[in-house]
Design a protein around this ligand. Structure first.
Ligand SMILES: [Zn+2]
Ligand SMILES: [Zn+2]
Length: 390
């Protein structure tokens, strides 16, 4: 089976590359993946794979039934959406839509999962069980396509016992893959805060309520949520990336606007932290006579890789590409809506190395120069097919 999959991966890799180029050149933003979904659906039809279109808008869900199809079911997930970024790469497959770019590798995930689908469909009389293919919309945008697909019943009829997802990793050299058992990625909540005070002349602060000075206190005090209230064993981050106040050297503004993010890996603590943030913000503002308008918008939950499943997948990966090419990953405080699946069932979210320093392919995800070493495509689809069969 292993050598079968390897040779099928080699055979389909040039196509996967073409599909990736097509999807990369025609990126679509979250929940608007109409053409991408149609492209996926057309390929699945060509392969003769049963599938359903329009799940949670633009999702495509396919089924490959092997022998004894009800005996066990695994789901494979690939996300399809692009980002609002203007591509700076000068490549033949450059985005044809100014301001929209596949800068997170979801073009790679979609085209690879098509490759996996083709491989597994060739082998369906050689493995037991069913493979559910989930081509997912809207990973990059809250509430996340994963949560919408789950609401629409993607984990039912038939219900998979486990789910596997693959994501590119530009920090990891091409040829390698990374796994982590247990806690892997963070929950991410968005903080939106407007502080209303009273503007005035910068020379006469006694007649004003200075929102700039109050915001400075708020930002400083909130750091203690992480440094003093969080259990040191629980990873937590609180960062503000936007602070906007439009006064002048001698003008105190009426209001100030802040945006930030709170990330952690523990649901009870996450809820407590939200309360603490609110209490500190409102307390400080009130004590200075200002009014706080605070919204904490909940994003994705934390992502936990099922230890048993992940160990099994890692072992299978070692068989596929060798011990020296399988690495252990660190905790990562970014967020991923694959986490919704892992809250429902055993899941394994692993990383595909795409970096090549010699070729100058080093840019991070979500940057205008992100790209991959396409040698990763053959490994990506062959390995995922192998993991599914295992
Ligand atoms: Zn992303
Ligand atoms: Zn991504």
């Amino acid at each position: 089976m292993l050598s079968n999959i390897k040779s099928l991966a080699k055979e389909i890799a040039p196509q996967v590359k073409n599909w990736r180029h097509h999807i990369h050149a025609n990126p679509e933003l979250s929940f608007q993946e109409f053409e991408t979904a149609k492209f996926v659906s057309d390929r699945l039809s060509e392969f003769g794979i049963d599938h359903q279109n329009g799940v949670a808008g633009t999702g495509v869900v396919g089924l490959i039934k092997g022998k004894n199809p009800d005996s066990k079911i695994i789901a494979l997930r690939g996300d399809m959406d692009a980002l609002p970024i203007l591509e700076e790469n000068e490549v033949s497959y450059k985005s044809t839509k100014p301001g929209i770019m596949h800068a997170c590798g979801h073009d790679v995930h979609t085209s690879s999962l098509l490759g996996v689908s083709w491989i597994l469909n060739q082998l369906k009389d050689q493995f037991e069980g069913t493979v559910k293919l989930i081509f997912q919309p809207g990973e990059e945008k809250v509430p996340g396509g994963a949560s919408m697909l789950i609401k629409e019943g993607v984990l039912k009829n038939p219900s998979p016992q486990s789910i596997v997802g693959q994501h590119v990793m530009p920090l990891l050299p091409v040829g390698k893959v990374g796994f982590r058992e247990g806690l892997y990625m963070a929950s991410a909540d968005e903080i939106y805060l407007t502080i209303h005070g009273k503007g005035g002349h910068g020379a006469m602060p006694q007649f004003a309520i200075d929102v700039v000075a109050i915001a400075a206190q708020v930002i400083t005090a909130l750091q203690q949520v992480v440094s003093r209230s969080a259990d040191p064993k629980i990873p937590s981050v609180l960062s503000f990336g936007t602070v906007l106040a439009k006064g002048a050297t001698n003008v105190l503004p009426n209001s100030i606007y802040l945006e930030g993010t709170f990330r952690t890996m523990d649901e009870p603590w996450r809820a407590i932290a939200h309360q603490k943030i609110r209490k500190i913000v409102e307390g400080i503002c009130e004590s200075f006579g200002a009014k706080a308008d605070l919204e904490i918008r909940k994003g994705y939950p934390f992502l936990i890789n099922d230890p048993e499943l992940t160990r099994k997948m890692k072992q299978a990966a070692i068989e596929y590409i060798g011990q020296e090419n399988v690495v252990n990953l660190d905790i990562w405080m970014a967020a991923e809506d694959f986490s919704y699946y892992t809250q429902e069932m055993p899941g394994c979210f692993y990383r595909l190395g795409t970096r090549n320093e010699e070729k100058g392919i080093i840019s991070g995800v979500h940057t205008p120069t992100f790209d991959i070493d396409e040698d990763a495509l053959e490994i990506g689809c062959g390995l995922m097919a192998w993991l599914a069969v295992q």
